[in-house]
Design a protein. Sequence first.
Length: 143
Amino acid sequence: MPIAITKRFGDLEYEETAAIQFPTGLPGFDNRHRFVLVEEPRLAPLAFLQSLESPELSFLTVPVHVVDASYELAISEQDLETIGMDLASEKLCLALLAPAENGRLTANLLAPVVINPMTRVAVQAVRSDTRYSHQHALEDICS
């Protein structure tokens, strides 16, 4: 089983089939293409998207529907082609979390990470509208 050296998790053993491939990288991290989801039951529904190429690069995530139960994904045809899916297919859709100026966490609903669970190919699907914010205030999702 492969091992990734990480800052947050130390030596992280993972299944190669669990690796997530971002063919175009993530905005701002275009040269980082391989990640793995690290889930700790005590933190559910939160999970970490850990880079397999940069030990220090890790994003805290949560399923978008935990943040907004009525969330509607908008994804371009190009992004759907990249991950090999159509709009009706079942997808894993995660919001990246980040601290706001007040120190509270916010969720990026404007550009969720969309993963094809069958092929483990993913994109960060940046919306072309402003229906959602990149700094959506969070209620306590871990209560």
